[in-house]
Design a protein around this ligand. Structure first.
Ligand SMILES: [Zn+2]
Length: 314
């Protein structure tokens, strides 16, 4: 398999060119609301030719279905994409190339700017970029599980990747979702490099400092599932339980919330498909899954990411 095969038009449309265009336009609110309701599962159920099972009908009733006209509108706004097939080695190559284009200060400026602007897509570049600090440049390496890479758990070929689903996470949650493989990382980075720079405001610094102060002052036994209770008291920090969770997961991936034994991706690459879980019930991302208040905030990682901002208390 060629390491850098030519890109098909469909891949370019879904993933962008390797030299992204900078855009600085506000996201259309109607389109964003439509995007938040998009689900590839709903679309698949709606397209099925058999009579719907009761659970499928319940899902459709609860989530609705994006019509062809609505999908076309989302595409026109740059928020939706037709499914594409993407090969493992091409995905890794794109991850490496996009990571070279990303500047740390661009990632952190946007991350900070997300707090007062409410633009969760600004926040969503940190975790995938952090994963690229340690992810090895590699070719597909067959694992004992057919079609999965032993290094990164990516597919040999990801058929029908639905980047619109990923974009829902970017805009609604603010970080990378359950899948953290190169196919997904390259999409996040491709979208990130198209975002124009934003300068963080005094309000952004105040909110992020308050988040850090809160994380440093938690009781030793506090688990990640309990942190939202404290963070929601921060004036101006508007985050649902889920948005709070993915923020903590991103800080874990960046190494800011890690443990002595379970390190973030700033210094250690852990195959995301084989990363350990604290318990069989937990589906929190590695490594914050293992973090408690006793682990506190990792000063070295915080300084790596945010040491250039005198406004941030390290
Ligand atoms: Zn791999």
């Amino acid at each position: 398999m060629a390491l850098n095969p030519p890109l098909g038009e469909d891949v370019v449309q879904a993933c962008g060119t390797l030299k992204g265009t900078i855009v600085n336009k506000p996201v259309d609110k109607t389109a964003l609301k439509l995007l938040s309701k998009y689900s590839s599962l709903s679309q698949a159920i709606a397209r099925s030719e058999h009579p719907l099972e009761a659970y499928e009908q319940r899902w459709i009733d609860a989530r609705g279905v994006t019509s062809d006209e609505q999908f076309a509108y989302l595409k026109q706004q740059g928020l939706a994409f037709d499914p594409v097939d993407i090969e493992h080695d091409e995905a890794v190559h794109r991850c490496v190339e996009y990571a070279k284009q990303c500047q740390k200060s661009h990632v952190t400026d946007l991350f900070l700017s997300s707090f007062s602007s409410g633009r969760l897509d600004y926040r969503s570049g940190l975790a995938p970029f952090a994963m690229m600090q340690s992810m090895p440049d590699h070719g597909f390496t067959q694992s004992s599980a057919p079609r999965f890479c032993a290094v990164c758990s990516g597919y040999d070929i990801y058929s029908g990747m639905d980047a619109t689903d990923l974009n829902v996470d970017r805009h609604s949650a603010g970080s990378i979702g359950l899948l953290k493989t190169p196919e997904v990382i390259q999409f996040y980075l491709a979208q990130h490099v198209q975002l124009a720079r934003q300068a963080p405001t005094a309000e952004d610094f105040r909110i992020f400092n308050a988040i850090l102060d809160t994380l440093r002052s938690l009781e030793a036994q506090t688990k990640p599932t309990e942190v939202h209770r404290s963070l929601k008291k921060i004036d101006g920090f508007k985050a649902s339980v889920h948005q709070c969770r993915v923020l903590l997961e991103a800080l874990g991936i960046a190494g800011i919330l890690e443990t002595e034994k379970h390190k973030g991706y700033l210094t250690h690459y852990t195959n995301p498909g084989l990363a350990p879980s604290k318990s069989h019930k937990s589906d929190w991302a590695y490594p914050v899954d293992f973090w408690t208040g006793a682990d506190g905030v990792n000063k070295e990682a915080l300084a790596f990411w945010f040491g250039a901002y005198p406004e941030i208390r390290l």
